[in-house]
Design a binder for this molecule. Structure first.
Ligand SMILES: *[C@@H]1O[C@H](CO)[C@@H](O)[C@H](O)[C@H]1NC(C)=O
Length: 196
């Protein structure tokens, strides 16, 4: 896994060296999809941490039966209005070249996906690295990104631990908090299995 990541990173660097352009797999998730409820802002974070330049490309990977990638205006992006996109990509393996400076906006036309946070905004600088001033529509679109649904608590699906009093959970209580709660979860899952 780590090796594959290193190889992929090396290939990306090599590619960037040879062509001066990078191809970014949007979100670095298994697929371009509605974000998990625990991470509604995954695409906001992802796009903030990538140094996009003119000539780079966005790569959307998704099962075409479940998703698509539509480029929309800033206004449509803010309103999650996917009725009349600028461009629709739906082959599951979609590359979008960043050929013009300014902001580009993407979402999915599948019902509910935009509101769940499947929204990507990329700011492409000019060839000499300057960013265009955002328009009023751009500002409204960026504000809409801040209003994504709040992250769900990641522990909501775990069984209650209140009546768990076996040795494993006692031992786990001396471990650091995060590791401890993972162990407690495992212990609880085990005790449920044993119970059945
Ligand atoms: C994007 O750029 C690549 C390489 O520069 C090119 O081969 C491809 O045809 C371009 N795609 C589109 C949709 O323009």
């Amino acid at each position: 896994m780590a090796l594959a990541t290193l190889v992929a990173a090396a290939l990306l660097l090599l590619h960037a060296d040879v062509c001066g352009a990078a191809m970014y797999k949007v979100g670095e998730l298994d697929a371009w999809a509605a974000p998990p409820s625990t991470k509604p802002d995954v695409y906001v974070r992802w796009s903030k941490s990538r140094p996009f330049k003119l000539g780079d490309a966005l790569f959307f990977l998704y099962p075409p039966s479940q998703d698509d990638a539509v480029q929309v205006t800033a206004k449509a992006f803010a309103a999650c209005d996917v009725a009349d996109p600028i461009l629709s990509l739906d082959d599951g393996n979609s590359v979008f070249n960043l050929t013009a400076p300014g902001r580009v906006y993407f979402t999915s036309s599948k019902p509910g996906h935009c509101r769940k946070g499947q929204k990507l905004s990329v700011d492409v600088p000019t060839a000499d690295g300057k960013f265009l001033a955002p328009s009023a529509d751009d500002q409204a679109a960026l504000k809409a990104l801040q209003a994504l649904p709040p992250a769900a608590a990641p522990t909501e699906a775990l069984p209650s631990l209140s009546d768990s009093d076996d040795d494993d959970s006692a031992a786990a209580s001396s471990l650091p908090r995060v590791a401890g709660s993972v162990l407690l979860g495992a212990a609880a899952a085990l005790s449920v299995l044993v119970f059945l």
